[in-house]
Design a protein around this ligand. Structure first.
Ligand code: ADP
Ligand code: ZN
Length: 733
């Protein structure tokens, strides 16, 4: 079947409401209509689904779309039905979520021949009864979505995907279209081989996303960096990826405590909470979602302004897919990744329990990611090269390495040495081994191959291993060297490389960046502020204390209720000049308190800074979470919803004492909470009033110990603690 351009344009308009095709869509559709196999590589958001949806509606028979994502299937089916009002049988899906009656309905529509598109999960496709059913109907073509799942070298390998070709043979032959948003040359070759469509026409769009800014940062104080970034970009939507659920919880909590609207998302949360948190992110009730990579598949939020990787991803493909969720509307998208050597070692350790072949692949992918992170080259060039695409310009002006270039050196001789070495070796070897030969290292591989007897052994010992690895890596990018596709990772010289060796020319290279080791504390707890530590400005401190006394007197409060001593000390170190800065920079100062008392303080600090010509540090304090449990956010939300404290405690496996300790930690950061609903129900109003007044009139600080000493003869501990929380929230915070 063929269709002329005018007809296709008419169809895309009537079926989907679009005026034109995007990218290669029209050619891709025409190729399919004429009966050819095809391989479609398009970045996320490129418009892949239309490439099979439109021909499915035009061709005779039913198109089978194989896709691993059940949630996505339902969305797509609903969308198609939406366009084809009244004909719900036109699209169906077949997966494990259907009950018997629904499955029977699908079957009937298929046999009646009204279904044009059938989405199938790979595990359903392997079922005998489904194969038998599909044998009875006419298939127009097969579309294999997320085709990288076929390859062990992709970032989402699914063994069932490898059986697709044999099942197709069993059902009946028809054209095949494979589609993916990420594919390195290695994955690409795996897909074509495994689906046995080596002659397929390949449609590859550019993977460049010019609006995305890429940066890799040293993982020194990631929490602080993240909070700063979010504060400098108020109101913008962002995703933060962490590798572990625990880190997701901790970071979400830390952001909340620091006044950022954030929620966690990971597979350990129950389905309802997960859906709620996702909806809140999509509807912009919150700004930031902190997530494991379980989040994001099939999410189409066009205005995600930043994607932050708290931990280095396990592969460049994963990294590219995740960063790809930023700036889908074509506007600004900032992608920041934190990196330390320790994280790489940690990931390598995690792999140890896996089967050897999987470990090998995992290590190789991780090594590519590390090389990317440590490189001082244009990140866009590196990424596109990884996907087999050349980026022609030298400077993209939109990545950290292009905006802050490192000095370059002439790499002519170094590259000659590498190419000569590769050329003299009879077999091909991996990058690190080549670098080891040049530096003259001794290890078992070198001994086994007797590479310490080579003439070039140790020929590059004036430089270290990192230097040579960087040189070889750049040789690959320049196509002087190449990696073998079948024996992935083995390096050989290209024709261009051999020509270079005969007639070398100047090539400027750059050394890799160095990073910190990373913290040894697995929890990466944020550093709390140096309250009371060095650096406090004693003159200003005295002035602030005088002011505090005056303010307290006027308001009829104790001085500590206005601002605590640690808060005043923070003011003398960080010199906040606005109410906002006051609450961001000082311990125990929430927004409410800053507004209530802050104005004369920031005015005083402003005058002082100006008169003394003080340079303010560009710094702020991360309000740390006192206890380590991941319950803070849950507790704050439960109290907002007025849940009984006993229920909150038991939901989190705490006793009342433990719960109160957590609430006390929350209130100590300056957060206000309203426990009246609980206090009114449980406590005698006279008791509340007496304890409340003691705090107002007699307490000399907010110390719980002091209060216990003074009150425990007359009141129960829980009464003292609850009223103290009420007092701190109402008067102090
Ligand atoms: P992919 O699967 O490649 O990530 P989608 O198929 O989800 O991309 O399409 C991405 C977006 O582009 C969707 O919002 C879709 O509606 C839109 N789109 C696809 N084709 C066209 C077109 N021809 N004209 C306008 N918008 C299109
Ligand atoms: Zn660049």
């Amino acid at each position: 079947m063929t269709a002329d351009s005018a007809t296709l344009h008419k169809k895309i308009k009537t079926f989907f409401g679009y005026d034109t095709f995007k990218g290669d869509q029209e050619q891709i559709i025409n190729h399919l209509l004429s009966g050819g196999d095809s391989f479609v590589l398009m970045p996320t958001g490129g418009g892949k689904s239309l490439c099979y949806q439109l021909p499915a509606l035009l061709m005779e028979g039913t198109a089978i779309v194989i896709s691993p994502l059940i949630a996505l299937m339902k969305n797509q089916v609903d969308a198609i039905r939406g366009f084809q009002e009244g004909e719900s049988g036109i699209a169906h899906f077949l997966n494990s979520s259907l009950n018997r009656q629904q499955a029977a309905e699908v079957r009937e529509d298929l046999l009646r021949g009204i279904t044009k598109l059938l989405y199938v999960a790979p595990e359903s496709l392997t079922k005998e009864e489904n194969i038998a059913l599909l044998k009875e109907i006419k298939i127009s073509f097969y579309a294999v979505d997320e085709a990288h799942c076929i390859s062990e070298w992709g970032h989402d390998f699914r063994p069932e995907y490898r059986r697709i070709r044999s099942i197709i043979e069993e059902i009946q032959p028809a054209p095949v279209m494979a589609l993916t948003a990420t594919a390195t040359p290695k994955v690409q070759s795996d897909i074509l081989k495994n689906l046995r469509i080596q002659d397929a026409r390949v449609f590859k769009s550019s993977f460049n996303r010019p609006n995305l800014y890429y940066e890799v940062r040293d993982k020194n104080e990631p929490e602080k960096d993240i909070i700063r970034h979010i504060r400098q970009n108020p109101g913008k939507s962002g995703i933060i990826y962490c590798l572990s659920r625990k880190k997701v919880e901790e970071l979400a909590q830390l952001l909340c405590i620091n006044g950022i609207r954030a929620l966690p998302y990971h597979a350990g949360l129950d389905a309802k909470t997960r859906a709620e948190n996702q909806d809140k992110f999509l509807s912009e009730e919150i700004d930031v979602i902190v997530a494991t990579i379980a989040f994001g598949m099939g999410i189409d939020k066009p205005d995600v302004r930043f994607v932050i990787h708290y931990d280095i991803p396990k592969s460049i493909e994963g990294y590219y897919q995740e960063t790809g969720r930023a700036g889908r509307d074509g506007k600004e998208g900032t992608c920041i990744t934190f990196y330390s050597y320790k994280d790489i070692r940690k990931l390598e350790k995690f792999m140890q329990g896996k089967p050897v072949s999987e470990q090998e692949i995992g290590k190789q992918l991780l090594a590519e990611t590390a090389a990317y992170a440590e490189s001082s080259q244009c990140r866009r060039k590196l990424l596109l090269n990884y996907f087999g695409e050349d980026y022609p310009a030298d400077n993209c002006c939109n990545c950290d390495n292009c905006l802050h270039p490192k000095p370059r050196f002439n790499g002519k001789e170094a590259l000659c040495l590498v190419i000569e070495l590769v050329d003299t070796l009879r077999e091909h070897f991996k990058l690190e081994h080549l670098a080891n030969i040049l530096t003259g290292a001794t290890n078992s591989t070198i001994k086994t191959y007797k590479h310490d007897t080579l003439e070039l052994y140790g020929a590059g010992k004036d430089h270290d291993l990192r230097y040579w690895m960087a040189v070889i890596h750049q040789g690959l990018i320049l196509h002087l060297l190449e990696k073998d596709i079948d024996n992935y990772g083995l390096i050989s010289a290209t024709d261009k490389g051999l020509e270079f060796l005969l007639e070398p020319y100047d090539i400027m290279l750059v050394e890799d960046r160095t990073f910190s080791e990373g913290s040894d504390d697995d929890d990466d707890e944020p550093v709390a502020s140096p309250a009371g530590g060095g650096g406090a400005d004693d003159v200003l401190l005295k002035m602030l204390k005088d002011l505090r006394r005056d303010v307290a007197k006027k308001k009829n409060l104790q001085p500590w209720m206005v601002f605590s001593d640690p808060a005043l000390e923070d003011m003398t170190i960080l010199y906040p000049l606005s109410i906002k800065e006051l609450s961001e920079k000082c311990q125990g100062v929430g927004e409410g308190k800053a507004r209530k008392f802050g104005q004369p303080f920031v005015e005083l600090i402003g005058r002082y800074v100006e008169e003394n010509g003080i340079e303010r540090p560009d710094d702020f304090i991360v309000k740390s979470v006192a206890a380590k449990s991941g319950n803070k956010v849950y507790i704050i939300q439960s109290i907002d919803r007025k849940l009984p404290l006993d229920a909150v405690a038991s939901a989190k496996d705490l006793d009342m004492d433990g719960l109160l300790t957590e609430i006390e930690a929350i209130v100590a950061t300056g957060t206000r909470i309203n426990l009246d609903y609980y206090i009114e129900e449980k406590l005698d109003p006279d008791v509340v009033e007496e304890i409340y007044n003691w705090f107002r009139e007699e307490a000399e600080s907010d110390s719980l110990e002091e209060a216990r000493k003074a009150l425990s003869d007359d009141y129960e501990d829980i009464e003292i603690r609850l009223v103290r929380l009420k007092f701190l929230s109402e008067v102090v915070n």
